[in-house]
Design a binder for this molecule. Structure first.
Ligand code: T4K
Length: 391
């Protein structure tokens, strides 16, 4: 790692990059390798690899307990978990979601011939604005999927009130929110259900994987059937279904990561405070703060590049990439601007001014257990020197 002190040190000005190897947003957090290998040994000895194995069952119980939720139904990905939850809730017609989310939220509906209708976000929280949701309700609306983007707060009560008033189903895409709370209640307890992603890049991973958390017995039972082809015992299929199962080795990764969860949160939290202090005072740069009165996983370091900033968002990204700092523009340009949805409704953006504005100014910086304090300071030095020497 090379120190960055003057504009001549910047790779965008021809110097060698600050980092020899790339820094990623989403470098996996991993627990004990030895504990994982022990689980792998057990799996070999037992020759039970998948189909609701003992490690998956124990993992589900631990994740449910961690969130204080009755049921955790583990699956092979967050996207399949979304699809199964959507089907189990019998959503149809139109479902209201934010456009400012990962494309999977929209795809999980579109893939099942349900139209995602994009509602605008609150620029302060980056999550659904209840007033905007109201504006998008039509006679064809069957549900709302709130996305707990960056694991942050979402107005659960206001969304539930709209859902109740219009007889709509409410669920949450909580892919980013493992271990987070809102108003003191752990995620997993709002709406009919909440979906987690355990993808490698998430705060908490099982290589690939996902789960649905719910307090509704019937819903959990239906989803358990659906993830295993609808089988109820041998030779007896009682429900349409698919193959959404979590495998044993993925659950083993989940177990070792659960054991390491406190240290992962601590590393992310430490990184957040280092970034917060180092970035403070940089013109036009706003770090989206975590609410310290809640439980947070501190996984996403999100900054907004405002108008007072001497450099554009994309120039900052270009300069960071030149240093091998692979900052991301999540979730630019918004789902509504991606081809499948642009084709469906080319004018959706007219109703989404906040989405467009936020998507144009956000940068995610690398964090996680793979980063130390010097690395974080160097990332900020690149930004600071760049802003002091704008083009
Ligand atoms: N809902 C929301 C709100 C979501 O954000 C997501 C997933 C879902 C639903 C669906 O859940 P899953 O079906 O995925 O479980 C990534 C992930 O693929 C995706 O899971 C995630 N959201 C999204 C936010 O990010 P990409 O296209 O950014 O991934 P990629 O390959 O560019 O990886 C990101 C960085 O991480 C790279 O710089 C490399 C690094 N990396 C990646 C992997 C896979 C590693 O260092 N090691 C690795 O193993 O989508």
């Amino acid at each position: 790692m090379k120190p960055i002190q003057t504009a001549q040190d910047l790779a965008i000005n021809g110097a060698i990059p600050a980092f020899e190897r790339p820094l990623h947003v989403g470098r996996p957090n991993t627990g004990s390798r030895n504990a994982f290998l022990n689980y792998a040994g057990e799996i070999f000895d037992r020759r039970w690899l998948t189909n609701n194995g003992p490690i998956v069952q124990e993992f589900e119980q631990r994740v449910a307990d961690y969130h204080g939720v009755k049921h955790c139904v583990a699956m092979c990905s967050g996207t399949i978990s979304l699809e199964i939850a959507i089907r189990a809730l019998e959503l149809e017609g139109e479902v209201i979601i934010p456009s400012y989310t990962f494309i999977a939220t929209a795809h999980a509906l579109h893939w099942q011939s349900i139209t995602p209708v994009f509602a605008d976000i609150d620029p302060a929280t980056h999550t659904l604005d209840p007033d905007a949701v109201r504006r998008m309700i039509t006679p064809n609306t069957s549900g709302i999927i709130g996305v707990r983007l960056w694991g942050r707060s979402i107005p659960v009560e206001a969304l539930q009130a709209i859902a109740d008033e219009h007889d709509l189903k409410l669920m949450f895409d909580s892919a980013h929110a493992f271990g987070c709370s809102y108003k003191g209640t752990m995620i997993g307890n709002a709406g009919a259900c909440e979906v987690l992603s355990f993808h490698a890049t998430k705060f908490f991973n099982t290589f690939e994987g996902g789960a649905v958390l719910t307090n509704e017995d019937k819903l959990a039972e239906t989803m358990r059937l659906m993830r295993n082809f609808g089988f109820s015992g041998r030779d007896n299929v009682i429900h349409p279904g698919t193959n959404g199962k979590m495998i044993e080795i993925a659950a083993a990764m989940g177990m070792v990561n659960l054991d390491a969860i406190d240290s992962m949160i601590e590393a992310n939290r430490r990184n957040y405070f280092i970034y917060r202090d180092a970035l403070s005072g940089l013109p036009g740069i706003k770090l989206i703060a975590f609410d310290e009165s809640e439980k947070n996983n501190y996984q996403y370091i999100v900054i907004e590049i405002g108008e007072q900033c001497p450099a554009t968002r994309d120039y900052i990204i270009q300069a960071l990439h030149a240093e091998n700092i692979l900052a991301r523009r999540y979730f630019w340009p918004g789902c509504h601007n991606m081809k499948p949805y642009k084709d469906l409704n080319p004018h959706a953006g007219l109703m989404l001014p906040n989405t467009q504005q936020v998507a144009n100014k956000v940068i995610l910086l690398p964090t996680g257990t793979a980063m130390d304090a010097d690395m974080l300071q160097t990332v900020v030095s690149v930004i600071r020197i760049l802003l002091e020497n704008p083009l």
